[in-house]
Design a binder for this molecule. Structure first.
Ligand SMILES: NC(=O)C1=CN([C@@H]2O[C@H](COP(=O)(O)OP(=O)(O)OC[C@H]3O[C@@H](n4cnc5c(N)ncnc54)[C@H](OP(=O)(O)O)[C@@H]3O)[C@@H](O)[C@H]2O)C=CC1
Ligand SMILES: O=CCCC(=O)O
Length: 291
């Protein structure tokens, strides 16, 4: 199967390499074109523009940072729309809001193309290992045609119905994750402040119902102040912001998520936006010191 792949950041690179390792022919593009070189070593071809990739491939996957990036790659000069026609499929796996996804879907179907949103749960390592969870919605036939690729990229895929449902579900999942990370960071900081061992706290959490894979994986690296990015904090804050907007649209107040969003904003203002989202722990600790 031949696919195009737009966006070779932390996730896109791992996913494209995985497709190549599993026998897919992959043509890649990245805004910073030099990032394509590593993929060429794995056997990829390079398209000079998103339009060039779409012209070559029946199916094109995108994995881009945020709504403005997703919009600009589709609607911009040399963008996807210039070549998307005749039943070609566009699969956007970026985490964006439902409005962005619907705008892209409408434009693509108007020119005869087909659209599927397919954001993912799981981070850098699951992307490398083909263990993502895929939250697809949109064109059902395109979803079925993409199953060979999804089975390489993920351990489980869901088809959630109309465009927007995948985006909404993804934002809800990440809102819970961001709030949980903040509660955990406050617990670690409080343990430290009261003279208790944060290491013992993590061990105890792991033995009971509160422990979860995120806490057990991130906790030890947080205590070493190792925030090498798997999921950049700036993207987690983007997801909190978009989830809060979804709550507002639906008349649901979410004070816990709102407080977590503020903490991520504070962390960004401390220069931690490109670090792993677990670096919010540093903002929690820094805030405590102000008192
Ligand atoms: N990292 C993670 O654990 C996970 C991330 N996600 C989501 O996946 C998406 C990608 O995440 P991740 O790989 O971590 O992010 P990165 O920041 O590592 O990569 C972002 C990608 O988007 C590109 N990009 C940014 N702005 C533009 C633009 N205006 N026009 C064209 N391309 C642009 C970047 O290009 P360039 O190289 O030129 O900067 C890069 O390829 C995000 O939506 C994120 O929320 C979902 C699940 C897990
Ligand atoms: O969007 C990023 C999600 C990261 C994860 O699920 O571990």
């Amino acid at each position: 199967m031949e696919v195009g792949f737009l966006g070779l950041g932390i996730m896109g690179k791992a996913m494209a390499v995985n497709l190549l390792r599993n026998g897919f022919e992959v043509t890649v593009w990245n805004r910073t074109l030099s990032k394509c070189e590593e993929l060429v070593e794995h056997g990829a071809s390079v398209g000079e523009t998103p339009a060039a990739v779409v012209k070559k491939c029946k199916y094109t996957i995108a994995m881009l940072s945020d709504p403005p990036a997703a919009i600009s790659v589709v609607f911009g000069k040399d963008g996807v729309l210039e070549q998307l026609c005749d039943g070609k499929g566009y699969i956007d796996m970026s985490t964006v809001d439902a409005d962005t996804s619907s705008k892209i879907s409408k434009a693509i179907t108007e020119v005869g193309g087909r659209f599927l949103e397919a954001p993912v749960s799981g981070s850098k390592k699951p992307a490398e290992d083909g263990q993502l969870i895929i939250l697809a919605a949109g064109d059902k036939a395109l979803y079925e045609e993409m199953l060979p690729a999804f089975s390489v990229l993920g351990k489980k895929d869901f088809f959630l119905g109309e465009v927007g449902n995948g985006a909404k579900m993804k934002l809800i999942v990440n809102m819970i994750m961001g709030s949980t990370m903040n509660a955990f960071s406050e617990g670690l900081a409080l343990a430290g402040r009261t003279g208790l061992s944060p290491e013992t706290l993590i061990e105890m959490l792991g033995l009971g119902a509160v422990g979860n894979p995120m806490i057990m994986m991130k906790g030890p690296t947080m205590l070493k102040s190792n925030y090498s990015p798997a999921f950049p904090l700036k993207h987690q804050q983007k997801d909190m912001r978009l989830a809060l907007a979804l709550g507002e649209e639906n008349g649901l107040a979410m004070p816990v998520a709102a407080a977590a969003n503020e903490a991520f904003i504070r962390a960004k203002s401390l220069g931690l936006g490109d670090q792993d989202f677990s670096a919010v722990y540093e903002a929690v600790k820094a805030d405590g010191l102000k008192q």
